[in-house]
Write a protein that binds this ligand. Structure first.
Ligand SMILES: CC(C)(COP(=O)(O)OP(=O)(O)OC[C@H]1O[C@@H](n2cnc3c(N)ncnc32)[C@H](O)[C@@H]1OP(=O)(O)O)[C@@H](O)C(=O)NCCC(=O)NCCS
Length: 172
């Protein structure tokens, strides 16, 4: 089922086969954290996913995901944290910016959380530009947030509030 679409890019409910296909084809990105013990052994975090597709051809382009980020004990303290991974063949032509924008609009339209955020490696310039184009603002640097290549790395935090959203498809 197509959840949302615009300008040739759609977000659709994935099957497990879609998820397995994209994860296998995506490969390990340049900015993937080092493998380690799964976080699920400590904290159960529900991860939601939608498949990114080319609406003209139905081609699978990647996955977007989101999970709750907790800043306190009440629902009012929760934010969505979003992520994305595109197949190498789908990168560099605006899909990442549009897919994340569509996800932001979809989450604000269908859930009550007022904040959506995303974090990415300080060296992941493509994702930082894509997030900015999707309307998220650069908020700061989270020091030493993950390990990559055996080295503890900083990440950049981006965020958008419901009140930042001028209108669906608007610039903020
Ligand atoms: C990061 C990612 C989602 C960006 O999506 P994308 O569709 O490739 O990016 P876009 O085409 O929307 O481009 C966004 C901007 O980044 C720039 N860009 C794209 N690839 C780049 C690269 N390798 N280095 C620097 N800038 C790059 C584009 O030129 C564009 O900037 P511009 O508008 O100033 O020209 C995608 O490349 C991807 O899935 N990469 C691998 C997984 C990943 O890194 N996910 C994020 C982890 S937090």
């Amino acid at each position: 089922m197509t959840v949302v679409e615009r300008d040739g890019v759609g977000l659709v409910e994935p099957t497990q086969e879609d998820i397995d296909h994209v994860k296998a084809a995506e490969g390990r990105g340049d900015f993937e954290p080092d493998p380690g013990d799964p976080i699920g052994d400590l904290i159960k975090v529900p991860i939601h996913r939608l498949l990114v597709v080319d609406t003209a051809t139905g081609e699978r382009l990647g996955l977007v995901s989101w999970h709750p980020e907790m800043y306190g004990p009440t629902i009012g303290c929760l934010a969505w944290n979003i992520g994305i991974g595109l197949l190498p063949s789908a990168r560099g032509r605006g899909v990442g910016s549009l897919a994340q924008r569509l996800l932001v609009e979809h989450l604000f339209a269908t859930t009550s959380y007022d904040r959506i955020e995303a974090d990415t490696d300080v060296e992941n310039i493509a994702e930082q530009k894509a997030l900015a184009k999707a309307g998220l603002r650069r908020e700061g640097v989270i020091r030493g947030a993950h390990t990559r290549g055996g080295v503890r790395r900083d990440m950049v935090l981006f965020g958008i509030l419901r009140t930042d959203l001028v209108e669906p498809g608007g610039s903020a």
